[in-house]
Design a binder for this molecule. Structure first.
Ligand code: FES
Length: 76
């Protein structure tokens, strides 16, 4: 089953580590062969909770690479 992950790379999210989230998802995607679609977006309207992500339509802000990967694992 495909999981859609949007990672905000707007300035607040970028400054709070958005690239680490993208790197973690890409690494997990390669390692697990999971079907994860990742997209970088400019804002998810959750700037106060940076870094923000959206997983299958649900916003999580803030999140950490570990929290994001744990969330993806639950959805697999
Ligand atoms: S810049 Fe990331 S949610 Fe707005």
């Amino acid at each position: 089953m495909s999981i859609k992950v949007k990672v905000c790379i707007g300035t607040p999210c970028h400054l709070m580590g958005a690239q680490n989230l993208i790197d973690a998802v890409n690494k997990f995607n390669k390692k697990s062969n999971a079907d994860i679609e990742i997209e970088a977006v400019s804002c998810l309207d959750e700037c106060k909770g940076a870094p923000a992500v959206q997983v299958d339509g649900e916003i999580y802000a803030p999140t950490t690479p570990k929290e994001l990967i744990d969330l993806i694992k639950i959805k697999l």
